[in-house]
Design a protein. Structure first.
Length: 133
């Protein structure tokens, strides 16, 4: 569990406890390159540590780099901002997910339960001690 502190407009401090974070976007999750490019592969899991990360596709293939882009009208910061914030959440939380809004995968991610087999999206987890990340 992690504790996040929010400052309301009335200057009251509120403590919220989370153990899971879900971000929704217009595509199925994080891809190894922009999803509209030929050969783009959905990243199933990113394991993030204090000094780096590893990523794998659903078939278990290692992803060596992530190429991101954002549309000029995208005020959210695009995929890079979502990944950065998800990794920040891991500092005190266990898991984050990035999924396509309005899909069964998004509903499953928002329930913060174990993700079902066949789930489509990207899960971001903390590296275990000794993983070398």
């Amino acid at each position: 569990m992690c504790a996040l502190l929010f400052l309301e407009s009335s200057n009251v401090l509120i403590k919220v406890t989370l153990n899971y974070s879900a971000s929704q976007t217009n595509v199925a999750g994080i891809f190894d390159r922009p999803p509209q490019q030929s050969g783009a592969r959905l990243v199933r899991q990113v394991v993030a540590g204090p000094t780096g990360w590893t990523a794998r596709t659903r078939s278990g293939d290692l992803v060596s780099s992530l190429e991101t882009c954002a549309a000029t009208h995208d005020v959210s910061g695009g995929v890079e901002a979502k990944v950065t914030e998800a990794v920040r959440c891991l500092a005190g939380c266990g898991t984050a997910a990035i999924v396509e809004a309005g899909t069964p995968a998004a509903v499953a991610a928002c329930r913060a339960e174990d993700l079902p087999d066949g789930w489509i999206g990207t899960e971001i987890v903390r590296a275990a001690e000794g993983d070398g990340l």
